[in-house]
Design a protein around this ligand. Structure first.
Ligand SMILES: [Zn+2]
Length: 52
């Protein structure tokens, strides 16, 4: 019986509230947060953070 690992991850993000607005505009999956970029783990969409 498979566990609902993905659902657990999503609910954690929702509880913290820090991940709202950090979802992929293409497929609405959560981004993987890196130092200078965010990458969608589902479709590969990448968003570069603009740092001064
Ligand atoms: Zn995506």
């Amino acid at each position: 019986m498979p566990k609902h690992a993905k659902v657990d991850v999503y609910s954690k993000y929702d509880e913290s509230g820090q991940f709202s607005g950090e979802r992929c505009p293409r497929c609405n999956a959560n981004f993987a947060n890196h130092t200078d970029r965010k990458i969608c783990g589902k479709c590969g969409y990448a968003e570069i953070k603009k740092t001064e």
